[in-house]
Write a new protein. Sequence first.
Length: 144
Amino acid sequence: MASHWFDKALTQLINSYMVSGATIKVALCMTNTTADTVFNAATVSALTLDECDGVNYSRKTLTSLAANQDDTDTEGVFDADDVTFSSLGAGSRASQGALIFKFGTSDSDSVPLLWVEFTSPVTHDGTDFSIVWNSSGIAYVQNG
């Protein structure tokens, strides 16, 4: 028996959980994180974040959250504005990627959503560090 999601349903799933009334944050994780390998973590606190410890670092709240319907590719797309960490100093290790999570009240009730791996680890040097999301969106849920 064949089954599939409808594009509108995929978009509404993203909207209801990740956009409408949600606080979505991003954390920079260094090279000893488990966020890139542990896929069954129910909370942020269940991961070893190895969060960036460079001067001026703090987690960022994503803005302009959006759930977009893409009928051409039969998918729902999650997107937000690019994020900048201003004057980010070097950490004890390079940053490997970014953890995007739905914030609750603390790491123990915040839900990890997406891991975004950088092309290569990034060593910060006191300048602004920006994460420029893919122009098609940060992530998508697709039939298939």
